[in-house]
Design a protein around this ligand. Sequence first.
Ligand code: BES
Ligand code: ZN
Ligand code: ZN
Length: 487
Amino acid sequence: MKISLSPQPLAKLKADLAVAVIDPDGELLDIDDSVLGKALAGAAKAFKRGKYQRELLLHFGDGVPVKALLVFSSSLEKVYELRESVKIFAARSLGHAADFGFSRLAFLLNGRLGVDYVGAVTEGYVLGDYRFDKYLKDKTKRSVSVSLVCPSSSRRKAEGELMRSRIVSEEVNRARDLVNEPGDKIYPKTLAAVAKKIASSGKLGLTIVSGAAALARQGYSGLVAVGKGSIYPPCLIVLRYRPAKKSKRHLALVGKGITFDTGGISIKPSEGMWSMKGDMAGGAAVIAAMAAIAKLEPKTAVTGIVAAAENFPGPDAQRPGDIIVAKNGKSIMVDNTDAEGRLVLTDALARAGEEKATHIVDAATLTGAIVRTLGTSVAGIMGNDPALIRSVIDSGASQGEAYWELPLIEEYREMLKNPYADLNNIGGKLAGAITAGLFLQEFVPEGAKWAHLDIAGPFILEKKWKYFPEGATGFGVKTFVALAESM
Ligand code: BES
Ligand code: ZN
Ligand code: ZN
């Protein structure tokens, strides 16, 4: 999709469809007395009188260089804040454009604060235009171009916003592709190949520890154990970004990369199992965020670590009752082979320590319990450092990704007791998301600040939501990038 800036006054604007948002403070839009301006003024009045719900589509006659005008009223969209609503409006305008066969769109941001929304509009278009249609015989998507109309006085800022948002949004779409692809296309080796490709084109260092033998030699026993049942060998992927000037803080982004989770010998019920092709959504978010970070060059060192394996039953699969010794020396009894994410994450967390990270944030589709607790619009967050948790929540909020904190209370640790090993890999029937977090906490390297994001709710959608059609959302990418920038 082509997105460009245009300093055109409304009277000179040429487009198939002009899109505008009327906000109560008049910050996005500057209404003049051109044909378009008059139509906008009329729309504003009609919205005030309550004549229309949220949006209005007007078609102009011959002689007007704009064929149609789509007007949204932000005050009638109460569910989301303005920035998020603007993204939704941009995405929705694509639907109208498709309905009427319009291909040249112009989004009006000529008001006082319009330039502040260039990033949001860009994101709405890039994310809203995404379809995973590569396996469909008939592709319905048509190509459109968008110009963002804002004053030339703010051109510099607008260019920066557009560039950043485009990079991040395209990486969100990369993560969506990785999650949407079936498990026979994305398995540990092909996931590592994506990381390799990113490293070769950008400014990232790369290490891949691939295969059970190499992993076992280095003590990564979680990956070895979980990967045993699969024909695809597991691997550990490490991507390193280092800023020009050495930074004191070092952020590790850690991702669960289970490329398909059948549950293993503790096999899952068949209904909905297909969605476990996306059990590497945390890993995909890490890889995509690292690609964006390489392009945006924040001031902090960032290392991305993905523990990739496929969880399958088979003659060599791990069994319930097996005991593994994690890299930090703690033994774990595998009570349930479906609680595999936390096993591979012990290795990725250990690696974050070896890489000398000061701050660690992991993202994982870790528990069904978090989905029952928070649904699909909010991810869970837990950790050992309130300031880091706050930064992650704030970074997410600035991007339209919501987190809610759960308490890692000491007294639930006893649910992870096991007579045969230092830890059981599952808790009891209650507080499943929290006991998973408490389990991970046992493997956080000494002295590191840590936050855990359980993204099992929002990583995939069964029906459309905001600017997303059904399918993968790329949840976490935007939070990761914003967090790296904020540090
Ligand atoms: N990948 C699943 C968690 C999951 C469930 C992600 C639903 C997305 C949607 C994870 O590996 C798992 O199976 N967890 C178990 C843990 C249980 C055995 C303690 C679960 O949540 O049921
Ligand atoms: Zn599982
Ligand atoms: Zn899983």
